[in-house]
Ligand binder design. Structure first.
Ligand SMILES: [Zn+2]
Length: 245
């Protein structure tokens, strides 16, 4: 089995379980899709990790070094509890047994209550593969009698965030109010200068204008300034209706 050595995974003895782990095909997807929600939950004391599956490189204006620096800057802005990179192949991400076992190993070592995966309709093959891989890894992580590191673990919930390359009029399951986190979300997104700014057309609407307009659109639907949409295949479970807007 082509799996990383156990030493490549976080030591479950050394890290408290996460509240949730966001699986991202490329560094910047977590920030674009749910950076505001990540920061809102961290603001409220939750332990949040991001696992980038690939380097995201090559891109027209990026490099491995630049992208790693940008990722570190965004991580700092978001104050993530944990961030890692699985080192899988960009532009060639596939839902293989070896990759599933690798992602499941991260899940076992980090023990998140919930997982977040990219939404399941997309044009980008890496994103589609990341979704399938996350779904498979959630199940695979609970297997016994295996050589994967860490204890058996089954995240209670799997949710989907939106960072998609199709122009879809989606109806999300719910929207999180990120008005208070908006400025910091855009700081984290802008940290990826090689992706968002360098060599991009400067005539409005720029890609950053588009991201702002989308955030405002989702915010408008819940009568707030900015929002981020999510979806789930399983029913939402809650103990109270108190925090519903
Ligand atoms: Zn991506």
């Amino acid at each position: 089995m082509n799996i990383l050595p156990a030493s490549a995974f976080p030591d479950p003895e050394q890290i408290e379980p996460l509240d949730f782990l966001v699986i991202a095909p490329h560094p910047d997807d977590a920030e674009i899709g749910m950076g505001g929600t990540i920061m809102r939950m961290i603001d409220q004391g939750m332990r949040v990790g991001v696992l980038d599956l690939t380097s995201g490189e090559p891109t027209p204006h990026g490099s491995m070094e630049i992208r790693a620096k940008e990722t570190a800057a965004a991580t700092e802005i978001m104050k993530l509890t944990w961030r890692g990179n699985a080192g899988l192949a960009n532009r060639a991400l596939e839902n293989t047994l070896a990759a599933r076992q690798q992602i499941a190993s991260y899940v076992r070592c980090l023990r998140p209550r919930w997982l977040f995966a990219p939404y399941y309709h997309d044009a980008h093959p890496d994103h589609l593969a990341a979704t399938l891989l996350t779904e498979a890894a959630r199940f695979h992580a609970k297997l016994s009698k295996t050589d994967m590191p860490g204890p058996r673990h089954h995240p209670e919930r799997l949710y989907y965030y939106f960072c998609i390359h199709l122009r879809l009029a989606v109806q999300p399951g719910w929207i999180v109010d990120i008005s208070e986190q908006w400025d910091r979300k855009m700081q984290a997104v802008r940290a990826y200068e090689s992706q968002m700014i360098t060599g991009r057309p400067t005539e409005p609407p720029t890609i950053l204008d588009r991201i702002r307009d989308e955030g405002a659109h989702w915010g408008r639907l819940i009568n707030r300034n900015y929002g981020e949409p999510f979806d789930t295949k399983e029913p939402l479970a809650m103990t109270s209706l108190r925090d519903l807007l």
